[in-house]
Design a protein around this ligand. Structure first.
Ligand code: NAD
Length: 255
């Protein structure tokens, strides 16, 4: 019996990185999984991997910033699986820029994916979960939602927003008696395509990676599964007394 057996989960950004690892682990723990992403080829590969291990999964094409995509994604989820128990609002983008170097267009692009996307995902998940006795929503913030970084003005703002939006939604759902829990996850730096994009190749990038590693007292970057295990914990009934909480998984970065 898996830790989320019989439950239906939707994971955004599940084509790559943390989202992909989360979709695979939720399936291994017994959930039927909706893999939601803009990258169809890689998303279908996540679905194929789940199916080849005997699980059930569905790919839906979703840009988290587009409300019409959310309507279609929830309709596809309910039509295939009949319910939604777990929603992981994981899709996000990183943008490096200080208060002086970030343009308004870049600022808005980051808020649109990281904040609007989480808002829409939470709102649609609440609507889908309410009629079926509740559920668990997990929103991806970051250590950058807890502490400031002079080079990440827009990203800091978006992830700090996710942190407090999560608490607002958690309180609303709890006070409304919906049995829907909403929690945030705060990873340190994790070895995914997002981080590989600026630390994997040139000597300068490898030096930048070492600087990042040095910020983690455990002495290495995290792996996608390190975060997926935390997400599955928050998705499962093992965390049934947790809502509005911040789960920090950061190798000691913010300790
Ligand atoms: P990643 O770039 O490796 O993968 C992100 C996935 O999200 C991709 O599959 C991409 O196609 C999808 N995506 C991006 N924009 C989308 C959109 N508008 N609609 C739908 N899908 C979209 O990223 P990751 O490292 O796996 O990060 C996942 C989440 O974790 C993000 O919210 C990120 O901010 C957060 N996070 C990551 C780290 C890290 O070090 N990797 C640390 C803290 C927080």
């Amino acid at each position: 019996m898996g830790r989320v057996s019989g439950k239906v989960a939707l994971v955004t950004g599940a084509a790559l990185g943390i989202g992909r690892a989360t979709a695979l682990l939720l399936a291994r723990e017994g959930a039927r999984v909706v893999v939601a992403d803009m990258k169809e080829k890689e998303g279908q590969a996540t679905v194929a991997e789940i199916e080849s291990a005997g699980g059930e999964a569905l790919f839906v094409s979703l840009n988290v910033t587009v409300e019409a995509d959310w309507e279609k994604a929830m309709a596809a989820t309910l039509s295939r699986f009949g319910r939604l128990d777990i929603a992981v609002n994981n899709a996000g983008i990183l943008y490096s820029g200080s208060v002086e170097t970030t343009s308004l267009a870049d600022w808005r692009r980051v808020q649109s994916v990281n904040l609007d996307g989480v808002f829409l995902g939470t709102r649609y998940a609440v609507e889908a979960m309410k009629p079926h006795g509740g559920g668990s929503i997990i929103n991806l913030s970051s250590i950058e939602g807890l502490i400031g970084d002079p080079t990440l003005a827009a990203y800091n703002a978006s992830k700090g927003g996710v942190r407090l939006f999560t608490k607002s939604a958690a309180l609303h759902c709890a006070r409304s008696g919906y049995k829907i829990r909403v929690n945030s996850i705060h990873p340190g730096y994790i070895w995914t395509p997002m981080v590989q994009g600026f630390t994997a190749e040139t000597p300068d990038q490898v030096a930048a990676r070492q600087k990042l590693i040095d910020l983690h007292p455990l002495g290495h970057l995290g792996e996608p599964d390190d975060i997926a295990y935390g997400i599955v914990f928050l998705a499962s009934d093992e965390s049934k007394f947790m809502t509005g909480s911040e789960l920090v998984i950061d190798g000691g970065y913010t300790a």
